[in-house]
Design a protein around this ligand. Structure first.
Ligand code: SAM
Length: 359
């Protein structure tokens, strides 16, 4: 199996087609880092100061979002940050997509050649119909997860910028796999990575549970095709399938662990109970559902985060996240029949960590 691009790999990462693209995207990665780690705290402080001056409390979740937005809009740093966030995201996708498109035909030929290669399997159903809700251009990615044949490699390099270089070698996924809570009896024969995207977590779950049967499931064919090609390239025996989380082609009680990292805030709220029912069905009694996810209504969110999540939903195409962050996700898990407890915290303090056990 050749490298997935003409300039080879940066370890686990494909290199952009031209050095000029890589340099440009390195700049955007640093720029994003400044926006999130330097400018966002300054913006939050400015917005909070305006709220205090207007007599609005910072610790009361009942303060209406429009009141928060009105005060934040008075701080000049806020619209500047908003413009920068939107522009860096558009610039990132445009350059990443354009770079991999130069060698796109060769890359697609590599993906096609890998489809029937092992050691693991790739399962696609030619009659699979992608629901419209899953075809949104989430995060502004052209074609989203489902409609661009180059979407896998474009998404993968896009996440390098997204994580500001902190996940170039899937370090975050390795951490989350290491934090995965086992069933009480310790038996782990089969593990599912739900909403696996390009399989970064799937491969790390195999490293954590080398003797287990590992599956990655995603609605996006470009995602699972690229994930499978990576697994072939690295000769890791994991399986990928294009399917819906709310309608899984697995037997009852099949899995000991189902793992889901930042899936739920990208699902319409009406779909979530269906997904929870399916996970409950495919997990065996005593199995663990390990979730790392956006915050939801069971947690207090400071006004700056409420402001940011709302901005992100409208300007970074996260159409479903506002409903999720305002929903009581733990109660939804309990209603689906799970025993819900806190999971171990990861280094990403924004994420909530939940272990939902099937009794
Ligand atoms: C933010 S990404 C998840 C990231 C991924 N878990 C990781 O480890 O980096 C959300 C993924 O969920 C997938 N997805 C969305 N709706 C789905 C559904 N109904 N069934 C299966 N996958 C879905 C998307 O295609 C996308 O790849």
């Amino acid at each position: 199996m050749p490298a997935l691009t003409n300039r080879g790999q940066l370890g686990a990462l494909p290199r952009p087609t031209r050095l000029a693209d890589e340099s440009y995207l390195d700049f955007l990665e640093s720029f994003r880092d400044v926006l999130l780690t330097r400018m966002f705290p300054a913006m939050a402080a400015a917005g909070h100061a305006r709220m205090i001056a207007a007599g609005l409390p910072l610790d009361d979740d009942a303060v209406p979002l429009p009141a928060i937005q009105a005060e934040f809009a008075r701080a000049p740093i806020v619209p500047t940050w908003q413009r920068f966030m939107r522009s860096q995201q558009e610039m990132m996708w445009r350059r990443t997509r354009a770079s991999f498109a130069i060698t796109g035909a060769a890359h697609l030929a590599d993906l096609a050649a890998a489809t029937s290669a092992g050691p693991g399997r790739l399962i696609e159903d030619p009659g699979f119909v992608v629901p419209d809700y899953a075809r949104r251009e989430i995060h502004l990615q052209p074609g989203g997860y489902t409609d661009d044949p180059l979407g896998g490699i474009v998404y993968h390099y896009g996440t390098k910028v997204f994580y500001q270089g902190g996940n170039d070698q899937d370090e975050l996924h390795a951490e989350l796999a290491s934090l995965t809570t086992l069933p009480g009896d310790g038996r782990v024969a089969a593990v599912l990575d739900l909403g696996c995207s390009v399989g970064q977590g799937t491969l790390k779950l195999k490293a954590r549970f080398p003797d287990a049967e590992i599956w990655g499931l995603d609605v996006g064919a470009p995602m699972v095709r690229y994930a499978h090609a990576r697994a072939v390239q690295e000769q890791v025996p994991v399986n990928f399938i294009q399917a819906l989380a709310e309608d899984m082609p697995f037997d009852d009680d099949h899995f000991d662990i189902v793992f889901a990292y930042i899936l739920f805030h990208e699902l319409p709220i009406a779909i979530i109970p269906k997904v929870l029912a399916e996970v409950h069905r495919v997990l065996r009694p005593g199995g663990t559902f390990v979730i790392f996810e956006f915050p939801s209504a069971s947690q207090h969110l400071p006004p700056a985060l409420r402001f940011m999540i709302d901005y992100d939903s409208r300007n970074n195409c996260e159409p479903y996240s506002p409903d999720f962050v305002h929903a009581d996700f733990r109660s939804m898990l309990a209603a689906a029949g799970f025993a819900v407890s806190d999971g171990p915290a990861s280094r990403n303090s924004f994420l909530q960590s939940i272990v939902a056990t099937r009794p």
